[in-house]
Design a protein around this ligand. Structure first.
Ligand SMILES: Cc1ncc(C[n+]2csc(CCOP(=O)(O)OP(=O)(O)O)c2C)c(N)n1
Length: 588
């Protein structure tokens, strides 16, 4: 029976069907649903980790204990887990180990566009690159087999289109959970220099064996058609190539590291023009050229940035365009905004007013950087808000500047990698105001659980880590609560935090209204009192608009969108905005 499922769902299903025993990951688009789907299978153990390094390390332990295991994360998550990965490659595995990493070409929802194929090269591990849901499913099973046969971790890479697009999947016969013996093997698992030196030699030999495997593996297949044009490609690019050039010959790579150079060379010799199609970096092309094989078109014509599509291919390869493609040019931009009644809106209304330097972090609150708030001035990576604010404060002190930086971070990001920065600030005598927006969920990625929510990935009760005592234990004496829905109190709290010397932490505990489904009646605007001054529009709420043009425009509230938080009412000097019981009850 066929199932129509996404690549992420297919990987989860493949894990369940291939004897998977333990899975751990950290949310990140486009990988997130994979672990959520493993949880839905019901019969395989899985958990959210507070960050990707912890996830991978737990999976390493599960593998050492003999279980087939899976770790899931987005591309930047591998940066966090890289310390573990780059030594895991030396120890190898016991139970098969797959690190699923999802890249985001085009940056639909990411802070950078890094190409994880570099990590396979860097860590000297095999990498698989599926082109559709069926391949994503099948590659989990073959991935475990490769991992165990070659004693290596294996990376299974998806990109946004593979993770999220749906396709038909036929399941293989389910195999029982695979759990080997749990053995003590010091030279294998203890990477002291003496053992590590020997292991490095093994890793290099393993790579050569994997290369031989890649030469004959059906994962890398030649599709011979018209020999005038030959294209080497993989992953989602294969689909674009098939659409743009249905008659071209293709070398479709599934095992993309290490590359089968003999196969590539034979394919190159069998076609007249050789084109290499890959999104982002020139990983294949550089290796192919380094082997003395002539590539007519690669990154000399194809983009290094963003996604490719059939139209881009046709334009680059022979200067023609696809008639069927209708570009989205001219459509209005719809940048994301805070949800109606999100507490982050109250905070950024005040930060914007106070014109302080805000060292930001990654989460829904990053939207505070956009107009009209313009109240976030640096965002680097998860956790950087606190450590960067610390560095800023130190240089400010050296320069004789008095302004104290403000760091803004969410609960999930704080647990992920903000805690260590805060500890450093306390330890090194820092001087920043840190605001933790504890909405009790990992909001940006869709509302996942974390150590502060009191629930596991499966929704079962869990030990709930409290942030205030944790902050104190990290060495911060000044810790206070904040209610970002109360603008006056928020302004007063922030001012106090800025005036008090040394590290100061404010914690807002208003829950995420989406995740916790909080609904309130809409705000009503008294049109007789509204002067049209537009002060309320500064809170940038999508429920607020203007009355029809013509007469002096006044503010109106869309009751279907408004969620009655009352932040806008506090901006009104004319008492024109009120909570009206029952106003939009019909829409609750
Ligand atoms: C290293 C890394 N892992 C994962 C992500 C994906 N991601 C973006 S924001 C975020 C967490 C947001 O949760 P939180 O800090 O609680 O803020 P909220 O969105 O709830 O306001 C995650 C997991 C990322 N950008 N970088």
């Amino acid at each position: 029976m066929k199932k129509i499922i996404s690549g992420n769902e297919a990987i989860a299903l493949g894990f369940g069907d291939s004897g998977g025993v333990f899975a751990s990951g950290y949310p990140g688009t486009p990988s997130t649903e994979t672990l959520e789907e493993v949880a839905r299978l019901g019969d395989v153990y899985c958990e959210w980790a507070p960050n990707e390094k912890v996830a991978l390390e737990s999976v390493i332990g599960a593998s050492i204990a003999g279980g087939r295991s899976l770790s899931t994360m987005k591309h930047v998550g591998v940066n966090v887990a890289a310390d573990a990965l780059l030594t895991l490659t030396y120890t190898g595995v016991n139970g098969g180990l797959i690190l699923m990493v999802s890249d985001d070409p085009g940056m639909h929802s990411s802070q950078n566009e890094q190409d994880s194929r570099n990590y396979a090269k860097f860590a000297k591990v095999p990498m698989l690159d599926p082109s559709d849901s069926q391949e994503a499913y099948d590659m989990v099973r073959i991935g475990f087999e490769i991992s165990e046969q070659f004693d290596t971790p294996l990376m299974l890479r998806t990109t946004t289109r593979i993770s999220h697009a749906k396709g038909a999947v036929v399941q293989q016969e389910k195999i029982a959970p695979q759990i080997g013996e749990w053995v003590k093997d010091v030279p294998k698992y203890v990477m002291l220099p003496n053992f590590g030196k020997l292991k490095h030699i093994e890793v290099e030999a393993r790579l050569l064996k994997l290369q031989e495997y890649a030469e004959t593996s059906p994962l890398n297949r030649v599709e011979m058609r018209d020999t005038e044009l030959g294209i080497i490609t993989s992953g989602v690019s294969y689909q674009h190539v098939r659409e743009a050039y249905p008659n071209a010959s293709i070398l479709k790579l599934g095992l993309i590291h290490p590359l089968p150079m003999r196969k590539i060379s034979e394919f190159a010799a069998s076609v007249q023009r050789l084109v290499v199609v890959e999104e982002m970096d020139a990983i294949f092309e550089e290796q192919i050229r380094a082997n003395g094989i002539e590539v007519e078109i690669g990154k000399n014509k194809l983009p290094l940035c963003g996604e490719i599509n059939a139209d881009i291919l046709r334009t680059a390869i022979d200067g023609t365009r696809l008639e069927a493609v209708s570009p989205v040019e001219g459509l209005p931009q719809r940048p994301p905004v805070f949800c109606p009644s999100c507490a982050h809106r109250g905070l950024f209304t005040i930060l914007s007013k106070l014109k302080v330097f805000v060292s930001g972090d990654i989460g829904c609150y990053t939207l505070g950087a956009l107009p009209p708030m313009n109240a976030m001035h640096s965002v680097i990576d998860m956790g950087a808000s606190i450590s960067a604010a610390h560095g800023m404060a130190k240089v400010n002190a050296i320069a004789g500047r008095t302004e104290k930086p403000v760091a803004v971070i969410g609960d999930s990001t704080f647990f992920h990698s903000g805690m260590t920065g805060l500890m450093s600030m306390a330890y090194n005598g820092g001087n920043a105001l840190v605001i933790i927006m504890d909405n009790r969920t990992t909001g940006m990625t869709g509302g996942q659980e974390n150590p502060g929510t009191g629930l596991t990935l499966q929704g079962d009760d869990a030990r709930q880590v409290e942030i205030a005592p944790l902050v104190k234990a990290l060495g911060i004496d000044n810790v206070a609560e904040l209610d970002a829905y109360d603008l006056k109190a928020t302004e007063a709290a922030i001012k106090k935090g800025l005036e008090t010397p040394g590290p100061y932490v404010l914690i807002d505990k208003n829950p995420c209204i989406l995740r916790y489904k909080i609904r309130k009646p809409a705000i009503h605007v008294d049109q007789d009192k509204c002067t049209g001054c537009r002060a309320c529009l500064k809170v940038a709420c999508m429920a607020l608009g203007l009355t029809a043009s013509g007469e002096k425009q006044k503010v109106r509230v869309d009751p279907n969108v408004c969620n009655g938080c009352g932040i806008c009412t506090q901006m009104c000097k004319f008492d024109a905005m009120h909570e009206l019981e029952g106003a939009n009850n019909a829409n609750l």
